[in-house]
Design a protein around this ligand. Structure first.
Ligand code: PLZ
Length: 443
């Protein structure tokens, strides 16, 4: 593990000269369709700090989009993955299996909600996990329709692009999309016309009515939702919504899938965000935080559903790669040992208090929301609920210039989101909040 001092340090402009040089090279070699939030090139990262090639140390409020919850070079991840690298890098689980894959599936069965018999299959990316959840649900139900929600995000492959709500930048010009995908309303409390207190009941009634009248419940294989909608704006469906949709699915023989790729593995202060309302999904998709930065994803669920596809029907060359599995076991060990659920809850406490103080001074902060270390503010124009993507972009830029890496999201591009590693120190967390506060004063 590279022991990087957990201190912000700015020694050049951001990005510095070496980053700018690399960026120029990148423009000649890397496809233009692949963007970067901030063209600062990383040299080392650990805890709450990313050190760049110019020697700047940035505070990390992004975790590589909710991935490095245990840090970017966690001791147990590095140790276990390195040992596995030395033993063997790959055999292909479909050719010659190995213990690490089985152990990750056992951990998933233990950690995910519900005490029913569970099984898992491992893949490489979140999108691949979502695609396989759909395959499993179709094989199990012998039905085809897939129900997704407004503001949902599920990936960039063809099927998951179709399941993702937002056109730009994810879908524009990349169609045609797969058939049998249907989108229904979600309980977006802040923007629900009759108020947040009615959103759960009204939105679930609307969604269910659309499913029954427009698709036919008997045609639906799966209903797939993020328990906290990530890319769509850190939208927590209003209370009552998830339980109502989950119950409707169960009553109608529909597989209820929680996409916990962003919200899972301690991110919201619980192992999985759906635990907040005691919802037990039939299938759960996970990725991101599961393996401390190595590419790994999973579908976990009821054994009888997971066993529905014919033998050999699921797989892929790299799915459940042994090094990624070793990293996952290291990440899970770290989460348990450091009680990262408690750390996430503490991060929420600190951030929400600081954000509430900012909201008192600046009326462009329309909403503060999220749970654990998955916190966001929605920015609006003064005295309205009109979205304010300009201020959002300007605030993010102001933070970047001071060495705080923050991300934006939201269907309207007006959400500033904070996803620090769960191992970040409280000093760095507060320093990051100071920078955000100063950015408001400047913008
Ligand atoms: N489901 C809930 O959050 C990935 C995407 C960033 P992959 N989110 C970050 C981007 O611009 O590509 C995500 C997610 C949820 C599925 C996915 C897809 O996971 O590992 O990126 O395929």
């Amino acid at each position: 593990m590279s022991a990087i001092p957990q201190e912000r340090r700015i020694v050049t402009a951001i990005p510095g000269p070496k980053s700018q040089e690399l960026q120029a090279r990148r423009l000649g070699a890397v496809a233009g369709g692949v963007g970067s939030v901030l063209p600062v090139f990383a040299a080392r990262a650990n805890g709450g700090i990313i050190e760049d090639v110019d020697g700047n140390r940035l505070i990390d409020f992004g975790s590589g989009i909710a991935v490095t919850s245990v840090g970017s070079s966690a001791e147990a991840v590095v140790r276990r993955a390195s040992a596995q690298l030395a033993d063997f890098t790959h055999t292909c689980f479909m050719v010659t299996p190995y213990e690490g894959y089985v152990e990750v599936c056992e951990q998933l069965a233990e950690l995910t909600p519900g005490d029913h018999a569970k099984k898992s299959a491992l893949f490489n990316s979140g999108a691949e996990a979502v695609e396989n959840a759909v395959k499993i649900a179709r094989a199990y139900t012998k039905r085809q329709a897939v129900v997704v929600f407004d503001h949902g995000y599920h990936g960039r492959t063809n099927l998951t692009m179709g399941m993702t709500a937002k056109n730009m930048p994810y879908k524009n010009g990349f169609g045609p999309f797969a058939p049998e995908i249907y989108r229904v309303p979600v309980a977006y409390g802040y923007r629900w016309p009759t108020g947040e207190e009615n959103a759960g009941a009204e939105a679930s009634a609307q969604a269910i009515d659309m499913i029954v009248k427009q698709i036919g419940a008997e045609n639906v294989a799966a209903i797939i939702i993020e328990p906290v909608l990530g890319e769509g704006g850190f939208i927590e469906p209003a209370k009552g919504f998830l339980p109502a949709i989950s119950k409707f699915a169960t009553d109608n023989g529909i597989v209820f899938v929680a996409d916990e790729i962003q919200s899972g593995f301690c991110r919201t202060g619980q192992w999985f965000a759906c635990e907040d309302e005691n919802v037990v999904p039939d299938l759960i998709t996970t990725a991101k935080g599961i393996a401390g930065g190595l590419p790994l994803a999973a579908v976990t669920g009821r054994a009888e559903m997971m066993d529905a596809p014919h033998s050999g029907g699921l797989g892929g060359t790299y799915g459940g790669n042994p090094v990624a599995c070793a990293a996952a076991l290291g990440a899970i060990e770290t989460m348990k040992e450091l009680d990262l659920n408690a750390r996430a809850k503490r991060i929420e406490e600190v951030m929400k208090a600081r954000l509430a103080a900012i909201q008192e001074k600046y009326d462009i902060v329309g909403d503060i929301r999220g749970r654990g270390a998955m916190i966001a503010i929605e920015l609006v124009k003064s005295g309205t609920k009109d979205s304010n993507p300009e201020a959002t972009g300007a605030l993010a830029k102001a933070c970047h210039a001071e060495g705080l890496l923050v991300l934006t999201c939201g269907t309207y591009g007006n959400v500033l989101r904070f996803l620090p590693p769960l191992v970040i120190g409280e000093d760095l967390l507060n320093e990051g909040m100071d920078i955000i506060e100063a950015a408001f004063a400047r913008v």
